[in-house]
Ligand binder design. Structure first.
Ligand SMILES: Nc1ncnc2c1ncn2[C@@H]1O[C@H](COP(=O)(O)OP(=O)(O)OP(=O)(O)O)[C@@H](O)[C@H]1O
Ligand SMILES: [Mg+2]
Length: 305
């Protein structure tokens, strides 16, 4: 019956990453850049790829347009062995695209949301959900059409015996609401970065924010970039370091962290060991451009934790 470890619900799009001297010059100027990579984008899809890379059986539920970007995104997921039968192909929308202008020290992102905001609750295949042990929802704040129904989705999943994790990512409106409190009340694991945790709690201090939100029924793991991560579950607190790596591109490091952390969570590991696997998976993913190219296998990650 439970033949899927993780069903991922969220956004699906491609990333076009340009590196080199990427600051655009207007006035009809043409500048040459060092490199261009078209790869799988979107937090949810990068999470799904990372989880599959670690050996979990993964299914993806989302929406693409009937276009080449959509087909490229699906091919990336399928190449990792991910079940994409729950991805809706909607000819009335265009698949989303992010153009990432990447410099070693910083990046700028131009995103066309397209199909990202168009997934509706009625389009989610409940049979796929019921076959999974765990549900992960990514980029809550971008899923405009789904947001009002996320509590209903989580209730449906819980009644089928799934545990639930959520990575909201950034809220472009910076309101940090959209009914998130109700959504977190139905979640088992919350995976923000520091900015997002402070935004959601309205606190100024990381430790205060963490202990305010983390209960025995809500595990909170916070990503701290080059500082690694911190987690709290009831009274238990853990900290972990990242891995020193030659960073090429940090796109999606947080999603690879989530994949590692959820691997440990589902395996019943100690909080500190799950956190360390998350950090290591995040660090290893930064070794190449894009979110998915350098994602670690389980053997690779275990060798360094
Ligand atoms: N410069 C770095 N060097 C080594 N490890 C890093 C670096 N940046 C990130 N990591 C690792 O990746 C993990 C997650 O990255 P980060 O904190 O940037 O997540 P995030 O803010 O959610 O990112 P995003 O949403 O952009 O993917 C960190 O906890 C850390 O272990
Ligand atoms: Mg993130």
């Amino acid at each position: 019956m439970k033949d899927i470890d993780v069903v991922v619900v969220g956004e699906l799009n491609v990333d076009l990453i340009l590196t080199g001297d990427v600051t655009p010059a207007f006035g009809q100027a043409e500048k040459l850049v060092d490199d261009a990579t078209l790869t799988l984008g979107s937090s949810s899809a990068i999470f799904a790829s990372g989880a599959a890379r670690l050996g979990l059986r993964v299914a993806f539920i989302g929406k693409v347009g009937d276009d080449d970007f959509g087909r490229v995104a699906l091919r990336f997921l399928q190449a990792r062995g991910i079940d994409t039968s729950g991805v809706v192909v909607d000819p009335t929308v265009k698949t989303g695209l992010s153009v990432i202008l990447s410099r070693p020290d910083d990046r700028a992102i131009l995103t066309h949301l397209g199909s990202i905001a168009a997934l509706r609750y009625e389009e989610i295949d409940q049979t796929i959900v019921s076959h999974a042990r765990h549900l992960h929802l990514g980029s809550f704040f971008l899923l405009d059409s789904l947001i009002p129904d996320v509590p209903a989705l989580f209730e449906m999943a819980q009644s089928s015996g799934l545990t639930i994790s959520i990575d909201t990512n950034y809220d472009p409106t910076e309101q940090w609401d959209n009914g998130l409190a109700d959504v977190l009340a139905h979640s088992n694991v919350f995976l923000p970065n520091e900015t997002e945790l402070l935004g959601v709690t309205g606190e100024a201090n990381l430790e205060v924010a963490l202990s305010r939100l983390a209960r025995h029924d809500l595990l909170v793991a916070v990503k701290l970039g080059p500082e690694g991560g911190m987690a709290q579950w009831g009274p238990k607190v853990a900290r972990a370091d990242p891995l020193p790596v030659d960073v090429v591109d940090t796109t999606g490091a947080g999603d690879s962290f989530d994949a590692g952390f959820i691997y440990g969570y589902l395996a019943g590991w100690e909080l500190s060991r799950s956190l360390r696997l998350g950090c290591v998976c995040g660090s290893l993913s930064t070794r190449a451009a894009g979110g998915v190219t350098a994602q670690a296998t389980l053997a690779e990650a275990l060798a360094v934790i």
